[in-house]
Design a protein. Structure first.
Length: 132
């Protein structure tokens, strides 16, 4: 009898879980829309990304290194080092056009920089190499 009463108390004291559950929501990543998220200027995070990129580059994982150098560029657009390293990684991946675009990107983003002339010259050399 005690067992029967405790069973009734448990059944009626706690509402059924099925009634309280919400329907599951299907989450889809729409791959057609790529939103460019705004990243705040952070030289420290840029340095960290370059260090991780160097780690990957030393282990011949050039794709991962290139991704980290791109991340560093997003954190600090004015710093020329990740651009240089990204060009090197892209050349290792045989992406000559991407390397040229990276050089041009630095020049258009930072036209007054001391390194802009260096990137213009490197882009010209890469274009000459591509035309061969």
């Amino acid at each position: 009898m005690f067992l029967f009463l405790s069973f009734l108390v448990v059944c009626f004291a706690y509402p059924q879980e099925r009634e309280e559950r919400k329907k599951p929501v299907l989450i889809r990543a729409d791959q057609t829309e790529e939103k460019e998220e705004v990243v705040e200027h952070s030289p420290e995070k840029a340095r960290e990304s370059v260090e991780v990129g160097d780690f990957y580059f030393k282990r011949d994982n050039y794709k991962a290194a290139a991704d980290r150098y791109r991340e560093a560029i997003r954190f600090n657009v004015e710093w020329p080092e990740p651009y240089e390293k990204l060009v090197d990684a892209l050349l290792e991946l045989n992406d000559l056009e991407g390397a040229i675009q990276t050089c041009e990107s630095f020049v258009t983003t930072n036209p007054g920089s001391k390194a802009a002339a260096k990137f213009r010259e490197r882009a010209q050399k890469l274009r000459a190499q591509a035309s061969r």
